[in-house]
Ligand binder design. Structure first.
Ligand SMILES: [Zn+2]
Ligand SMILES: [Zn+2]
Ligand SMILES: [Zn+2]
Ligand SMILES: [Zn+2]
Ligand SMILES: [Zn+2]
Ligand SMILES: [Zn+2]
Ligand SMILES: [Zn+2]
Length: 449
């Protein structure tokens, strides 16, 4: 109801948003109640006045007759309302749908997955944990299932779940672990010989079969000597006891073969180290000891042998020998020097008897800067009738040590090459060594022929 005041004051009336007689419309000054009286006509007039919405400043464009304001406010977008869910939030009506849908903590929501109803807050907590939500397996195995089954799946069903190999403890995907175990180095294996040794793995199997297996067949330790016996490792001891005689004779054979081999090698080495230009320069060291040894011999004379050497490339194979204490007519007083022809590789191609001039020299080791060295030299041309220079018996010992010569191999030379007395006059012996030089005069012969 509108309460009217004096007509003159009408234009000052302000209409509050509230209605009803308990609220007074007034101006600054106190109203005198006695002036107030209901004025139905005026009220009708006022209610018919055009007005704007009280929220015009906030942006509401509504404008209509005053009496329609109440109806408008109940739908005005800018009017402040309380959330119908009683969540205690007040807000503009226009903001309500947004609030109800997304923000209101008391809004009611249904989970799409389990169908349960939630308030907003609880729904947010429920999202991401709903047991009925369908999901893909995190291991990317391709399986899809509701969340409540996922734990069980990833622990015991998922093909892509990680498992430690029970042998080597490395981690593998379930669908590759079987393949791995076909190669796992720690995979337990059985000895193929069924020896029953426990704890063999794939990586130790080879070594076991080769070295560790008690039943593996092994060769006799004397196999190098020629024993062909094979037996399980455990039976080797018995074989060694039983076959002592066999093994000894096999070893004897081996030693013999090796001795021949060594002799052949020594010959080859001498052959290679010997000169091939018809000149031998032979140093005899420890001369005083050798002389002493020769003198103290009770039987035979001490003969020392030079390395073999060749008269020329593909020529005669020769050897010089010396008796420090002499032999024959020089025994006890002289140094004797001989040369002999040894069986050589090319004897079949050569002229026989040996035809070349031979010179022996004992070198004077005096310093040439102080005095002219006076070497002692003897030269001879072999006589074709001499037995010593016939072709040596093929297969005769190539290099003879210890004086066990046969007649045909005796050398030719000088029993009295130089007396011990003369030897001491100059520096023939120096640093307890003498040098004997032998030269074969191949050029001379070629020129003559
Ligand atoms: Zn409005
Ligand atoms: Zn609310
Ligand atoms: Zn749910
Ligand atoms: Zn999976
Ligand atoms: Zn493994
Ligand atoms: Zn075994
Ligand atoms: Zn054996």
């Amino acid at each position: 109801m509108i309460h009217a005041m004096l007509p003159s004051k009408i234009n000052q009336v302000k209409v509050s948003q509230q209605t009803g007689c308990d609220v007074t419309i007034g101006i600054g000054r106190a109203l005198l109640t006695s002036y107030i009286f209901p004025d139905m006509e005026l009220e009708q007039q006022i209610l018919s006045l055009p007005i704007r919405c009280i929220h015009s400043e906030e942006g509401c464009r509504w404008t209509a007759q005053n009496k329609l304001l109440q109806a408008h406010l109940s739908v005005c977008e800018f009017n402040v309302v309380s959330c119908p869910n009683r969540c205690s939030v007040k807000l503009l009506r226009r903001e309500l749908p947004e609030h109800l849908q997304h923000d209101c903590v008391k809004r009611k929501l249904h989970c799409d997955h389990c169908g349960d109803e939630f308030t907003g807050e609880a729904y947010e907590n429920h999202q991401g944990v709903c047991p009925e939500e369908s999901m893909y397996c995190e291991n990317k195995c391709g399986a899809r299932m509701v969340r409540r089954l996922l734990d069980q799946h990833s622990v015991s069903e998922c093909l892509k779940r990680k498992l430690p190999c029970r042998y080597c403890r490395k981690e593998f995907l379930y669908d590759t672990i079987q393949h791995h175990q076909q190669q796992c180095p720690r995979f337990p294996m059985q000895c193929p010989n069924r020896c029953g040794t426990p704890g063999i793995t794939r990586e130790t199997l080879m070594a076991h079969v080769k070295e560790g297996c008690s039943t593996a067949t092994v060769l006799c330790p004397f196999k190098e000597a020629g024993c062909k016996h094979k037996c399980p490792k455990t039976a080797v001891g018995r074989h060694l006891e039983e076959a002592t005689h066999t093994h000894l004779s096999l070893l004897g054979g081996l030693v013999n073969r090796q001795r021949l081999e060594l002799r052949e090698l020594r010959r080859a080495v001498e052959e290679l180290s010997g000169s091939r230009d018809g000149t031998l320069l032979w140093k005899l060291t420890d001369f005083s000891q050798r002389l002493q040894e020769a003198k103290s011999r009770t039987s035979g004379s001490l003969e020392l042998f030079s390395p073999a050497f060749y008269s020329h490339n593909y020529g005669y194979r020769l050897q010089v020998s010396a008796f420090p204490n002499g032999n024959g007519s020089g025994e006890g007083t002289h140094l004797s020097i001989y040369i002999r022809v040894l069986p050589g590789e090319y004897d079949g191609l050569l002229e026989w008897p040996f035809p070349y001039c031979v010179s022996f020299s004992l070198l004077d080791q005096s310093n040439p800067a102080l005095t002219k060295p006076q070497h002692i030299t003897e030269t001879f041309s072999p006589d074709p009738t001499w037995k010593n220079f016939q072709r040596p018996r093929p297969g005769a010992l190539g290099s003879v040590r210890g004086g066990c010569l046969d007649e045909s191999m005796l050398g030719f030379g000088y029993p009295k090459f130089l007396s011990h007395e003369e030897m001491r006059k100059r520096n023939y012996i120096r640093d307890n060594a003498i040098f004997i030089k032998a030269s074969i005069d191949v050029v001379q012969k070629i020129l003559n022929s």
